[in-house]
Design a protein around this ligand. Sequence first.
Ligand code: AP5
Length: 220
Amino acid sequence: MKAIILLGAPGAGKGTIAEGIKAATDYVHVSTGDMLRAAVKAGRPVGLEAKAFMEKGELVPDNVIIKIVTERLEEGKSDAHYMFDGFPRTTEQAYMLDDVLKSHGGRVEQVFLLDVPREILVDRLSGRRVCKNCGAVYHIRNIPSKVAGVCDLCKGPLYQRSDDTEETVLNRLEVFKKQTQSLINYYEKKKALIRIDAGKKKETTQAEIVSMLKVPARSP
Ligand code: AP5
C-alpha cells in the first residue's frame, strides 16, 4: 500500500487536479472533505459530529478523521496506490497514515504541495459551483458548465458549498496557514515534498504532476 498526497490551501485545486490524475493513472482518490460531506448528507453520526466544524471552517477532530480514513483503507486492496486530497492536515494524522501504510509494507512516496497566491485562492473559492447529484466541480468563470447552473455530466443542479462564504473562506485560509508548516517540515525531512506552482491552468498542473509520478500513467 503506497500513497501520494496533494497538499494545498483551500481552493488550491486539489480535488480538480486529483480528478485529472485519477483519469490518467491507477491511483485511488481519497478525499476526506468529500467523505465528510457525504456523511453529513446521509445524516450519519460522523457527519453530525463534523458538520459544525466544517461550517465554521475549522478542522474536524483528529480522532474522527483517523477513524474514517482507517475504515476506508481497511476496505481497500493492500497493494493499492492511494492519492490523498485534504488529508493529512495535522502531524497526528500524518503519523497515523505512516503507521497504516507501514503495516501494509508501504509508505508515503510523494507529497505535492500546490502553491497558489492568496488572491487566486479567494477567487477560485468564491466562484466554485458543485453538482448536487454527482459532485462535479466547476468555476463560474474559469471552468464554467455549458449551461449556467446545470452540470454537464448529469444535468444536476449546481450549488455553492456552505463553507465557501467569505467569512468561512478567510477562516479556512487562516487554519491552513497555522496547521501546514509543521506538515511541510515533516515531509521535507522525509525528502518527499515537491513544490508545484499550481496557479496555472489545471491541464498544465495535472500534466506536470503526472509526469513525476512513480506509478506511470496508463496508455491512452
Ligand atoms: P475539503 O473539502 O478538503 O476542503 P479544502 O481543503 O478547504 O479544499 P477545497 O475542496 O476547498 O479546495 P480544493 O483544493 O480541492 O480546490 P478545487 O479543486 O475544488 O475540506 C472541507 C472541510 O472538511 C475542512 O474545512 C474541514 O472542516 C474538514 N476536513 C476535511 N479534511 C479534513 C482533515 N483531514 N482533517 C480535519 N478536517 C478536515 O478548486 C477550487 C475552485 O477552483 C473550483 O471552482 C475549481 O473549478 C477551480 N479551479 C481549480 N483548479 C483551477 C485552475 N487551475 N485554474 C482555474 N480554476 C481552477
